[in-house]
Design a protein around this ligand. Structure first.
Ligand code: G6P
Ligand code: MG
Length: 214
């Protein structure tokens, strides 16, 4: 029986993937690296530093630790500038409604995001009241595909991993949920998220019956 839902943020509840892409693209352009939307799939769910390393790998460039810190900070400044203007209407279709249905069904909710900016995004979009626990990039030492972020979410809710369902749009996130012994619903394309227990195109396609059918 499903007792808790743990939600990834970027690409599941809000479409910040677009802002991440724009700011990585701007950085890549400055570095003379050709970075495409296809490459961007590899950055989903992955930490800021690891994302930068992937961008540098694509461009066959190496940087010192200090340079990497500076580049990641520059990207984050552009990104935070964009998210500071986010509005409640930028919540993805069906997300707020599904969160409400989950709450009404007496199922607990947690956020499980790699982002260190998750708090700002939830605040700007008015979503804080929908979560019983919030675990984000500021609370974890190991990034997805390690299950730490989801296990911490389950622990905060006091629910066994086996009774948790994770919602994820990233391959690394699907792997993290499975590694944590949880069920996982992929948000996006079934071709990319083929390890998930179920894939839907968005939370607008979810309901409590589908959740309990897992
Ligand atoms: C999410 C996104 C990633 C992003 C990561 C870190 O998982 O899917 O694309 O790199 O968060 O975000 P941050 O806001 O801390 O840079
Ligand atoms: Mg995501």
């Amino acid at each position: 029986n499903v007792k808790a839902c743990i939600f990834d943020l970027d690409g599941v509840i809000v479409d910040t993937a677009v802002y991440h892409f724009k700011s990585w693209k701007r950085l890549a352009d400055e570095l003379g690296i050709n970075f495409t939307l296809h490459d961007n799939e590899r950055l989903k769910g992955v930490s800021r530093m690891r994302s930068l390393e992937i961008v540098l790998e694509i461009g066959h460039q190496t940087k010192t630790e200090a340079e990497k810190q500076e580049l990641a900070t520059r990207k984050n400044e552009w990104y935070t500038e964009m998210i500071s203007k986010m509005k409640p209407d930028e919540v993805l279709p069906g997300a707020r409604e599904f969160l409400q249905q989950v709450k009404n069904a007496g199922i607990k909710t947690a956020l499980g995001s790699a982002s260190k900016n998750a708090g700002t995004i939830l605040e700007k979009t008015g979503l804080i009241p929908f979560f019983d626990a919030i675990v984000d990039g500021n609370h974890v030492a190991t990034a997805k595909p390690d299950p730490e972020v989801f296990l911490k979410g389950a622990e905060a809710l006091k629910i066994e991993p086996a009774n948790c369902v994770v919602f994820e749009d990233a391959i690394a996130g699907v792997e993290a949920a499975l590694a944590g012994g949880m069920k996982v619903i992929g948000i996006g394309s079934g071709e990319i998220l083929n390890k998930a227990d179920l894939v839907v195109s968005g939370l607008d396609k979810m309901n409590i019956d589908k959740l309990n059918s897992l």
